[in-house]
Ligand binder design. Structure first.
Ligand code: SF4
Length: 354
């Protein structure tokens, strides 16, 4: 089947495509000399992209000047890289991917275009020649491409046993293909953001600082702070230690206790899978419900907001604050305790003049 070519408007709408990267290369932009890009407009638009991603988890399109719109994407990526903050990176990738998926639906993109975008990710995808009105499954997608992207989607309908599978292909409708593409887009953008550059043009570094401040305002101090990738149990605050021990020995936890423990562990980098394992020995364990709650707290469902534990004052009111120690006197939040115990609390470090 012959597929349609991408137009310049497509490249502006879907800037994560390989062809967009080639187009940008042909413009020969000098990133270390942003003046060469020739327009403040592009920098402003790039900043707006990132800000909208943080505040609204979307990046509405601005298709009046296509070249500016296309160019603003790699500049936005550089701004996000310059923040050196994994939360902002994840949020940006998620927002661009969600926007692309809703644009594919709202612009009512043709099946040929969906197919071509999937091929940009090297999917083995075909139009379903046996599609009928009773069974509007417009595409067949190779089993491996399906599994790679559906693996993180927990709604029952994504289980392979609930899909129509034949000769290694899964039959899907347009909406489901777009949902799977959203996962692919998110991962591609996250990969592009997984870079560290030795230096950044001052204009970008300045915008990155502003973006970090916005992130703190929107998502809170603790969440915007960078957590080390390894979970350090020795740095758990006393309240979390008590909850963790209770959970490990299958003792009952109150609702707020469960929420506090789950949100704490998710925020310090424990995977939802490992948090789920912790609750498995509970007598009232319900796999579907527990997974749902953990993923909701982790921001993988619904509003994509990751929840943080309540502040110490709230935990004290609910009797969750236990075995306070000396460090507790100097912090107001369990996540602050965790960072400070490891000497990772940026504000405290600068206050001490270290
Ligand atoms: S003061 Fe805060 S961090 Fe310390 S035990 Fe109480 S709730 Fe936990």
């Amino acid at each position: 089947m012959e597929s349609t070519a991408f137009t310049k408007s497509d490249l502006a709408k879907y800037p994560f495509l390989k062809q967009t990267a080639e187009y940008i290369k042909s413009l020969d932009l000098q990133i270390d000399n942003l003046a060469s890009i020739g327009s403040d407009q592009i920098l402003k638009r790039a900043e707006e992209r990132v800000n909208k991603a943080i505040t609204e988890i979307r990046v509405p399109k601005c298709l009046k000047t296509l070249d500016d719109e296309i160019t603003s994407f790699p500049i936005a990526l550089l701004i996000v890289i310059a923040t050196e903050n994994s939360f902002i990176k994840k949020r940006y990738a998620l927002a661009e991917a969600k926007q692309a998926s809703s644009d594919l639906i709202n612009f009512n993109e043709s099946k040929q275009k969906i197919l071509k975008i999937a091929e940009d990710f090297d999917w083995k995808i075909k139009m379903n020649s046996k599609e009928t009105l009773d069974s509007p499954l417009e595409f067949t997608v190779n089993f491996n491409d399906y599994l790679r992207n559906a693996a993180h989607l927990h709604d029952k309908k994504w289980k392979l046993t609930n899909s129509i599978l034949s000769h290694g292909d899964v039959y899907l409708n347009k909406k489901d293909v777009i949902r799977l593409l959203q996962e692919e887009i998110r991962r591609r953008i996250e990969k592009r953001l997984d870079l560290k550059l030795a230096s950044y043009p001052p204009e970008l570094a300045e915008i990155a600082e502003k973006v970090k401040k916005i992130a703190v305002e929107v998502i809170g101090d603790s969440e915007a702070e960078e957590f080390p990738k390894i979970v350090v149990q020795a740095a758990f605050p006393p309240c979390i230690n008590a909850l963790y021990e209770a959970a490990s020995s299958s003792h009952h936890l109150s609702h707020i206790g469960r929420f506090t423990l789950t949100s704490f562990l998710i925020n310090i980098g424990m995977s939802p899978e490992n948090v789920n394992d912790l609750f498995k020995t509970f007598s009232d364990y319900n796999e579907r419900l527990t997974r749902y709650q953990i993923e909701h707290i982790a921001g993988e469902r619904g509003s994509a907001t990751r929840y943080t534990p309540p502040q110490c004052s709230v935990l004290q009111t609910h009797g969750v604050c236990k075995n306070r120690d000396e460090l507790c006197r100097h912090i107001y939040h369990p996540l602050k305790y965790y960072l400070r115990k490891q000497g990772l609390d940026v504000k405290q470090t600068s206050k001490r003049g270290n």
